[in-house]
Write a protein that binds this ligand. Structure first.
Ligand code: EPZ
Length: 430
């Protein structure tokens, strides 16, 4: 099992380049099999989640060629199975985007039922409601979601809750349905817009992505395309918070600053300086952070995927902060680990009440999920002494070359796989 070992205390300084958005790439890779023509997808982050999804896509018979680590050539004309195994779903829930993609293209698809996970119960009722509305029969017995339809008909679908996954899955199926579909109370996240742009580049007719009402005019078939995934706003935000927590000065390159507005606003409230450029943001902190209040909300609100990183920053800010989690019911599991690093945080229901402390102290902690894992690394970078973060496979699901990028900013961090390598690093950094 690999771990990160960190010697904290270095303010991060320099430039870091952000990769493609994991959560956009996952949906786009699944959508790529909806045509029989060849699709090229660029700027795909080389992280465990995309690697597993590509395996799932190959497993149903599509051809996926790695032109390089970030560029994939996909051809869905050879698909021979319309069923996605539990092996993939249990590793990466987003494999369920193949349900919408295959249902749209072949009017039949089956995926294993995803269970709950490390951040919440994660229901999929809205996905199913959408497929039903398009005329599909959906059966959920024997641990499978089996959807089939003689024909898919456009429909007016209202999502009772804003859901990224349901919006995208319904969008995929509706793209190849007969007639018009309207998805109301749709998710407005940048990755939803990216998926719609990708589908439009394949000949789909989708309007209104990025607003709460997406309108789709079904087309008979899609064609090949060559498309580049947008930058990852969560990876970008993670480095912005790392700069803030360490009193650093970092230029975060290859971003769309508009997508980072909620993060930028909160960093300004903590007293950091944030300068926006066309495709970069610079975050500088003099080490004196101020308390503030944050509530996670669907885009354009403050992203839940940035909540743990924000909490880590507020944990060492002057005064009393609150962080309210309104999307996932189980996303404060890292707080106990952060308390072991000296944080003074009380969680009441879905609110973390944070009394800022002067500094964290290094110890051995466990990453409970992807974003919380990244947040614990940030805490380690800001802490006095040595921090060891265990279970970093969570972090590797969504951050490419995380330790390498941090080292490029002056962090003392090493990925190790045994105690000997850990001791060697600790000896080296003193
Ligand atoms: C996506 O998950 C992201 N994952 C998550 O990021 C992110 O936290 C989440 O959106 C919210 O922004 C991917 O894109 C692969 P939702 P998703 O459907 O689509 C409820 C990360 O760290 N809901 O928008 O599964 C649900 O319980 C991951 O990269 C229903 O009630 O999230 C939640 O409260 C973690 N019924 C809310 O909606 C449904 O059918 C939002 O969930 C579906 C969702």
């Amino acid at each position: 099992m690999e771990q990160y070992v960190i010697k904290g205390g270095n303010p991060l300084r320099g430039e870091v380049t952000i990769g493609g958005a994991k959560n956009a790439a996952l949906a786009i890779l699944a959508a790529a099999v909806m045509t029989d023509e060849t699709v090229i997808v660029r700027n795909v982050p080389y992280v465990n989640d995309t690697i597993v999804l590509v395996d799932a896509i190959r497993d149903i018979g599509a051809i996926v060629e790695n032109i390089d680590n970030h560029t994939l050539k996909i051809n869905g004309s050879t698909i021979s199975r319309l069923s996605v195994d539990y092996d993939y779903i249990k590793k990466i829930r987003a494999s369920y985007y193949l349900l919408g993609a295959l249902l749209g293209k072949y009017h039949k698809a089956e995926v294993a039922q995803p269970g709950g996970c490390d951040i919440g119960t994660r229901p999929i009722d809205l996905h199913i409601k959408g497929f039903h509305a398009l005329g599909a029969d959906v059966d959920t017995s024997y641990g499978l979601i089996s959807a089939s339809a003689d024909s898919l008909e456009g429909a007016h679908i209202y999502l009772d809750k804003v859901s990224v996954g349901a919006t995208i899955n319904i969008l995929l199926a509706a793209t190849l349905a007969d007639g018009k579909t309207v998805i109301d109370n749709a998710a407005k996240e940048p990755h939803v817009v990216d998926v719609a742009n990708f589908l439009n580049s394949m000949g789909a007719e989708i309007r209104g992505a990025g607003t709460e009402s997406i309108r789709v005019t079904g087309v008979k078939k899609l064609h090949g395309t060559d498309y580049s995934v947008i930058p990852d706003q969560i990876e970008a935000g993670t480095f912005m918070f790392a700069a803030a927590a360490t009193g650093g000065d970092v230029l975060v390159k290859n971003v769309i600053p508009k997508h980072l507005e909620a993060t930028t606003t909160k960093l300004l409230e903590t007293g950091c300086q944030v300068i926006e450029y066309n495709d970069a943001v610079r975050v500088a902190s003099n080490g004196h952070l101020k308390a503030t209040q944050v509530t996670t909300l669907p885009y354009p609100g403050f992203p839940t995927d940035m909540q743990p990183q924000m909490t880590v920053v507020l944990g060492i800010a002057d005064g009393l902060s609150t962080v309210t989690e309104s999307i996932w019911e189980n996303r404060f599991r890292y707080v106990d680990e952060l308390k072991r690093m000296g944080a003074d945080i009380r969680v009441e229901s879905n609110v973390a009440i944070i009394s800022g402390v002067n500094h964290y102290t290094g110890t051995r902690v466990q990453a409970p999920d992807l974003r919380a894992g990244a947040a614990l690394v940030i805490a380690g970078l800001a802490a006095d002494g040595i921090t060891v973060v265990d279970d970093i496979y969570y972090i590797q699901r969504g951050y490419e070359a995380f330790s390498e990028k941090l080292r490029g900013l002056g962090a003392e961090i090493e990925k190790v796989s045994d105690e000997k390598a850990m001791r060697k690093f600790i000896l080296k950094v003193g």
